[in-house]
Design a protein. Structure first.
Length: 276
């Protein structure tokens, strides 16, 4: 039933892109309401199940160099989801606040090997044209085959998208990296949801493995730019935690593990700091 609602909302949103603005706005409002409801429910369930909070809207500042591996797609095609880990193919809001067991955190797919990162490095570090990058070639090929990528269904629309990426990169370089809520307050292209929606939809999203490793989920454009600009830290949200990592967090909150017993890199971990 939930999957059916998700499918209907997302399909309706795509159809509404070319319809009357008031109809489009109605569809967007329904999607935002549904997203917000899901995130609030995930937070409430987490408060019941776990001693350590799993607030999906909390921001953590993380060194982008520490986000190395990914469970998300790395190549651009008409069916990017096939490139993702099976446990992580749901929309972000349906992953928010979840705790998964399993071997998903042992993946060996590297973010720096992704089409987006390699192409952004070529564009912003070496100055090649967008048209020369795999990002452009893979995206326009997928669009030609009927895909809609980042709201673009034509080559001209995608060209405008590339210009927006140039603007974003230069804005970060000149004005620093801003959170989605800061962008919204300054009227600078922030995601147009409420506070929680802006954070979950708009910020870089990561998962945390059993050993505390940050594993990439979404927000590849901003993460790639942050890495290329060698930023010291960026805001991220944590969507999924490994069951063993969450167990450690719960033990810290219950006092079963003292702060002094933790290894330095664990004690200073952004997802542990607020608990000790």
């Amino acid at each position: 039933m939930i999957d059916t609602i998700d499918h209907v909302l997302r399909k309706s949103q795509n159809v509404l892109i070319d319809t009357h603005p008031s109809v489009k706005q109605l569809g967007m409002t329904a999607t935002r309401w549904y997203t917000r409801l899901w995130i609030h429910a995930a937070t409430a369930i987490g408060d019941i199940r776990y001693d350590a909070p799993v607030d999906p809207a909390q921001l953590y500042w993380v060194d982008p160099k520490h986000i190395r591996r990914t469970v998300s797609w790395t190549e651009i095609s008409t069916n990017r989801k096939r490139d993702e880990h099976p446990q992580f193919r749901n929309p972000k809001y349906r992953l928010a606040g979840r705790v998964f067991s399993g071997e998903w955190d042992r993946v060996d797919t590297r973010f720096n090997e992704s089409t987006v990162y390699r192409s952004f490095l070529a564009r912003f570090d070496r100055g090649v044209t967008w048209e020369e990058t795999d990002f452009y070639k893979e995206s326009t090929s997928a669009i030609k085959n009927g895909a809609t990528l980042w709201g673009c269904s034509t080559r001209d629309e995608f060209d405008r998208r590339c210009k927006q990426l140039d603007t974003l990169y230069n804005r970060i370089a000149s004005g620093g990296y801003k959170t989605q809520n800061e962008l919204y307050e300054y009227n600078e292209q922030g995601v147009g949801f409420d506070h929680i929606g802006r954070v979950v939809w708009g910020e870089i999203a990561v998962n945390v493995g059993r050993d505390g490793e940050f594993i990439f989920q979404d927000g590849r454009n901003r993460l790639a730019m942050a890495k290329i600009q060698d930023l010291e830290s960026v805001p991220v949200v944590i969507l999924v935690r490994h069951k063993k990592w969450q167990r450690l967090r719960d033990q810290v909150v219950r006092g079963q593990i003292e702060s002094s017993e933790l290894q330095d890199q664990i004690r200073s971990h952004p997802d542990i700091l607020d608990l000790v």
